[in-house]
Ligand binder design. Structure first.
Ligand SMILES: Nc1ncnc2c1ncn2[C@@H]1O[C@H](COP(=O)(O)OP(=O)(O)OP(=O)(O)O)[C@@H](O)[C@H]1O
Ligand code: SF4
Ligand SMILES: [Mg+2]
Length: 405
């Protein structure tokens, strides 16, 4: 059984797409014109990315799909960092790659700066792609070892025919300096750089075309802990200086929570919770987020001693055949606690705004608020009977831990 990628070559046009670029009709709160500074920069609507599974050597048959991303919707505000977290295989990279159209969406809409990118032709998408760039996880694998650092950084400008050769060389030096590298290193090859320096080259390359949105797919996961903070600091400074918007992908909540304004938690192709970073860390409302948070250490031995980690039982189900109803039901601690309500198995929970700006896809999110599991995960005292029913807001909160240094 093989799963094939829907990845088109860069610049490919989706089958059946409209020939001309087109701005979408403005929705409430959205910019009417591309390039406007109001309204969300990006709106993802019911995005699906399926990888077809084919069988048979002589006559290939389509026997199913890996539903890597299976109907997610969210918006990104200009200048914000949206963290995207979840276990390995939940669809984070596929989401990021579909947004910049390295993968072709199966269904849904990706509206960038008021323009439905699904309607763009090849030329339109090429222009749009300049404004969305990616930084990849592995700075060893993502840089071509045969090219110099200068060549790597210059390549996007070469492809898009930006400026003269001399202009591009000047710009490369400027970009290397911007990411904290010596401009004279432009002639060096990737193997002559450390991991952190390589990731800086990756960031410089992503900046070359002056994008608005950067999809950073686990940009620090492959780096030493001591270097991770440097790259995070660099990204934060660049955001401030250049007004960038980041989709920051990580599998670890502790990584994204300090850099993100808001966080979306993914499970098996779906977003199960979306809230401000502060709310999500202090008041998680989805049982899966509670489990993820329970695994993040709190740098306070007293608090740490009273915490109990929630170990999710069972394997992550296959995205080829996700569970019925709520996809998390096969591993949900809350469902067990509630006596296995049938609704969890039969009804797919739709994301709903349980608190202002706090969306959760769980039928019983309100039960999480009063649970000792949540209190333990965020490191606050377990609620007494008197406090049950209301949100637990302690005066000082151990989850407000300092960022990684
Ligand atoms: N090109 C492909 N062809 C077939 N299946 C794919 C392809 N790319 C990803 N998948 C599958 O889609 C699902 C989501 O993968 P994805 O890489 O988006 O997950 P992820 O959340 O980024 O995981 P990780 O944390 O390991 O990077 C997985 O089941 C993966 O095996
Ligand atoms: S809907 Fe049911 S199974 Fe899903 S997260 Fe909520 S309690 Fe758990
Ligand atoms: Mg990934």
């Amino acid at each position: 059984m093989t799963a094939s990628s829907p990845m088109p070559p860069p610049g490919a046009v989706p089958a059946g797409s409209a020939p001309a670029p087109g701005a979408t009709a403005p929705l409430a709160g959205e910019a009417a014109m591309p390039g406007s500074t109001s309204g969300p920069l990006l709106r993802v609507e019911d995005l699906k990315v399926y990888f077809p599974i084919r069988e048979g050597l002589i006559r290939e048959r389509h026997v199913g799909d890996v539903r890597a991303v299976d109907g997610i919707s969210f918006e990104m505000r200009r200048g914000e960092t949206l963290g995207l977290v979840g276990e390995s295989g939940c669809g984070k990279s596929t989401t990021g790659r579909a947004i910049v159209r390295l993968y072709e969406p199966t269904a849904g809409r990706i509206v960038f700066d008021g323009v439905d990118t699904m309607t763009l032709d090849r030329a339109g998408m090429k222009g749009m792609r300049r404004r969305m760039q990616m930084v990849f996880q592995d700075p060893y694998a993502s840089l071509d070892p045969r090219m110099t650092a200068g060549g790597i950084v210059s390549e996007p400008m070469d492809i898009h025919g930006v400026g003269s050769r001399a202009d591009r060389q000047d710009r490369v030096r400027e970009l290397l300096a911007t990411v904290g590298l010596n401009p004279d290193y432009a002639e060096r090859y990737p193997h002559e750089f450390s991991g952190g320096q390589r990731q800086r080259i990756g960031v410089a390359r992503a900046l070359a075309l002056e994008p608005d949105l950067i999809v950073a797919d686990e940009p620090i996961s492959a780096l030493d802990v001591s270097i991770q903070a440097q790259i995070i600091n660099l990204l934060e400074k660049l955001q401030e200086r250049l007004g960038l918007t980041y989709l920051f992908i990580a599998h670890d909540l502790s990584v994204v929570r300090h850099i993100s304004d808001r966080i979306a938690v993914m499970y098996l192709g779906r977003i199960v919770e979306l809230a401000s970073s502060r709310l999500l860390n202090r008041e998680p409302l989805h049982p899966y987020t509670v489990a993820l948070l329970s695994a993040v250490p709190i740098p306070d031995p007293v608090v740490e001693a009273r915490r109990r980690r929630i170990i999710l039982t069972g394997d992550v189900p296959s995205p080829v055949n996700p569970p019925s109803g709520c996809r998390f039901h096969t591993r949900c601690w809350l469902r067990d606690k509630l006596g296995n309500p049938q609704e969890c198995v039969t009804v797919d929970p739709v994301p709903r705004e349980v608190l202002p700006g706090h969306e959760v896809a769980c039928h019983f999110a309100e039960k999480v608020i009063e649970s000792p599991e949540r209190a333990q995960a965020v490191g606050v005292p377990v609620p007494t009977t008197a406090s049950v029913g209301g949100p637990v807001v302690p005066p000082t909160h151990p989850q407000d831990a300092p960022p990684i240094a």
